[in-house]
Design a protein around this ligand. Structure first.
Ligand code: ADP
Ligand code: MG
Ligand code: MG
Length: 248
């Protein structure tokens, strides 16, 4: 599903190289985790995959179901169903959350050649999901994330993710700063979204999240490259032994 081959990327107009020949394959239906020390390039990978400004690809390829991702603009990638969950969710003032989500969902459906979801169906789906995630209906009328507490933002992000039914999900340190209850909400949401057609990349500094979201594979990223890979138990070993053995 997602194939990254020998990817290099830099910031500061090429002054600073961060990704240095990173290769990774995530088949459809699998959840892979990336762990690694601070500053290794984990967030940079998620930014490059979603097309954030200021992160320049200097070599290599990344394809989603055979289509080159790196030439698409961020909106196109989102419409193809690539969803990035941020460590610090963005606030979108002025647009009610529901309006924002309906627009995003229908852009995605259009890109997939599907019919748009009509308002009644959308509302029904949103109401049911909000109830499940314990999100108060009035929050959906407020602008996205503006004035939301940390926990509310997290729940809202899982809500967005489940409403949008993305093809490929990248979560970048979604667990940082979460208490155990919020962690469960995130993990339950992710686990519900596991499906044979969907791939997920979960980036985390700590092993804790992986007790709840058990990955198919775990990779270590240090100094801009994947340097080791293993199964879910490998994450536990990393937590105990640290990353020094994998230093570049
Ligand atoms: P991680 O998520 O693994 O902690 P990052 O991808 O955030 O690492 O950062 C990797 C390195 O690149 C760090 O040294 C960081 O300071 C640097 N870096 C990331 N983004 C920028 C930027 N926009 N400008 C300058 N340096 C950056
Ligand atoms: Mg970091
Ligand atoms: Mg990071």
């Amino acid at each position: 599903m997602l194939k990254i081959n020998n990817l290099s990327a830099s910031v500061d107009d090429g002054q600073k190289t961060i990704l240095k020949g990173l290769s990774l394959e995530i088949p459809a239906g699998e959840v892979h985790a990336i762990m690694g020390p601070n500053g290794a390039g984990k967030s940079t990978l998620s930014y490059v995959l979603t097309g954030r400004d200021g992160y320049d690809v200097t070599g290599g390829t990344a394809t989603l179901n055979g289509e080159g991702l790196l030439d698409m603009d961020p909106e196109e990638r989102a419409a193809k169903g690539v969803f990035l969950s941020f460590q610090y969710p963005l606030e979108i003032p002025g647009v009610p959350t529901m309006t924002f989500l309906k627009t995003a969902l229908n852009a995605q459906r259009k890109a997939r050649g599907e019919e748009e979801m009509k308002a009644p169906e959308f509302l029904k789906k949103a109401k049911a999901l909000a109830k499940e995630l314990k999100i108060k209906p009035d929050m959906l009328k407020r602008p996205l994330n503006v004035g939301f507490s940390g926990g509310e933002k997290k729940r809202m992000e899982i809500f967005q993710m489940m409403m949008l039914e993305p093809n490929f999900i990248v979560m970048d340190e979604t667990d940082s700063g979460l208490d155990v209850d919020a962690l469960r909400i995130v993990a339950d949401g992710v686990n519900k979204l596991r499906s044979p057609e969907r791939g997920m990349l979960v980036i985390t500094h700590y092993q804790r999240l992986l007790d709840y979201i058990v990955p198919d594979k775990v990779h270590v990223l240090t100094d801009g490259k994947i340097v080791a890979s293993g199964d879910a138990d490998f994450a536990k070993k990393l937590e105990v032994e640290g990353y020094d053995a994998y230093a570049a």
